[in-house]
Ligand binder design. Structure first.
Ligand SMILES: [Zn+2]
Length: 476
């Protein structure tokens, strides 16, 4: 049994409570008791980062700043391979310090220095050492390695040297669909348990064959395993989808049996209202990524329209937080500012926003929506410096108003996950994060030589990808 005192407590009812002592036992909130006044802390449920990739680097470290998604993706291949435990421990440590108690690790970047199952074990180990809840979504793809169909047109834009590098680096033959699904299930058998679950992680409809998506849908229905996938992140993906699936991309996914409450879909920037309705009907979740969508020129998701249609919306940082600082509180504020509605027509309530950032994200990651700060809820709790947040107040401003005005990760003092102190006094407790960050940076710089061939042609590739997507008809 441990205790946590809150001068203000969010997530245990409509209004904030004052001076509450939370009794924590067995990883849950056992009871609320009165606390002495003036504890100086604001306690709220921990943020659930429902779309991320356990990224090795921050966005600007590897170049490509300003490129739109399709011209930016090749930059990820420039990042040298490093020890997967080290890279993941840094990613999860930064997430925790930014306020996330649960993370979706859509593992699109495999380091490949050891076999896949061993790498997955290292990632799970890192999550457990940091102390986060983590869904490891096994990335799966077997189509369109370079662009969305019309690879010949893209290759024709390149010099022979660049075309050769592109073929070698991006166009390797994929693993057969059945083997990809079997690998995910093998990994699950090895690493699931104690904070860690495994999901199928198809990269996106434009990167997966019908056979692969059908098999994933079938195995998900048979076993209950959750599925996490990118969907309609960019306009180019929308154009591809409309050309490739005239009957409707989301209708097609439904026909494959993929749409269910086990499915979460990242981005959905270019979803149409009829597609939002179908997803809502099937109980799927859309994970919105405001900073990432702005940083990669993808657009602004119509979150208000999604909420109005009863679609469950969660929030993700996608490794691309606005200031590259994994700040979950700033991301919540950005979502609030972009999606609350214009003028006097509200489209999103503060309570709805908090639910997106906590319960909905937790559901996408763990399949369990139980979140909050009431007795019985998991003890996944964020503690902020209320004294600092409220220092300049003249009126009695509600805590959520204040968070929406100025709350950032700089106010985070503590984070508990299943009752364990994962961040204390603003520091990650399970690993020495500053030391690991320094070690990772040194390893990345030392490994630059691994990708020299790609670096040499990167300016040409960036321009060619941008020209291709600006000029080519989308598909077929
Ligand atoms: Zn992503």
């Amino acid at each position: 049994m441990s205790t946590l005192d809150a001068e203000r407590l969010l997530g245990a009812g409509d209004a904030a409570l004052s001076d509450v002592r939370l009794m924590l036992e067995g990883g849950r909130i056992a009871a609320h008791l009165p606390a002495p006044s003036g504890a100086g802390s604001l306690v709220l449920p921990a943020f659930a980062n429902a779309h991320d990739h356990a990224r090795v680097t921050r966005a600007s470290q590897g170049g490509g700043v300003g490129a739109a998604l399709e011209a930016w993706l090749p930059y990820l291949a420039l990042i040298p391979s490093v020890d997967p435990w080290l890279a993941s421990a840094v990613a999860f440590g930064r997430s925790a310090r930014g306020g996330a108690g649960a993370v979706m690790a859509h593992y699109t970047r495999v380091q490949g220095l050891v076999d896949y199952a061993e790498e997955a074990r290292a990632v799970a180990q890192a999550a457990r050492e940091v102390g986060l809840r983590m869904a490891f979504a096994v990335s799966m793809r077997d189509a369109n390695p370079l662009v969305y169909d019309r690879e010949d047109a893209m290759l024709a834009r390149l010099s022979p040297t660049a075309a050769d590098v592109a073929r070698r680096r991006f166009m390797r033959a994929p693993m057969p669909a059945a083997e990809q699904v079997a690998l995910a299930e093998t990994v699950a058998a090895e690493i699931e348990g104690d904070l860690v679950t495994v999901q199928f992680g198809p990269a996106g409809p434009q990167w997966c064959s019908e056979a692969l998506l059908s098999l994933i849908a079938e195995r998900s229905a048979a076993t209950g395993r959750r599925v996490h996938m990118h969907l309609l992140e960019t306009q180019a993906q929308r154009l591809w989808a409309d050309a490739r699936h005239p009957e409707g991309l989301v209708v097609w996914l439904d026909r494959l049996g993929l749409l269910s409450e086990r499915l979460s879909l990242a981005h959905g920037v270019w979803l149409r209202p009829d597609e939002m309705e179908l997803l809502a009907e099937r109980g799927a979740t859309v994970v919105t990524n405001a900073s990432s969508n702005l940083g990669l020129a993808s657009g602004v998701a119509k979150v208000g329209d999604m909420v109005a249609r009863g679609l469950r919306v969660a929030i993700g940082l996608d490794g691309m937080a606005l200031d590259e600082d994994e700040d979950a509180l700033r991301e919540m504020r950005l979502d609030w500012l972009l999606h609350r509605g214009w003028g006097h027509r509200p489209a999103l309530s503060q309570a709805g926003l908090l639910e997106m950032a906590t319960a909905h994200g937790r559901f996408a990651i763990t399949g369990d929506a139980g979140a909050g700060a009431a007795p019985g809820a998991p003890a996944d709790l964020l503690t902020l410096d209320w004294a600092a947040l409220s220092a300049e107040l003249i009126e009695d401003v509600p805590p959520m108003d204040l968070l929406m005005a100025k709350g950032t990760a700089a106010h985070i003092r503590g984070l508990r996950v299943a009752g364990r102190e994962v961040v204390a006094d603003g520091r990650v407790t399970g690993v020495d994060l500053p030391a690991l960050e320094a070690e990772l940076l040194a390893a990345l710089r030392a490994g630059r030589g691994q990708t020299e061939d790609l670096r040499a042609v990167m300016p040409e590739l960036r321009a060619a990808f941008a020209d291709h997507f600006a000029a080519e008809p989308p598909c077929c």
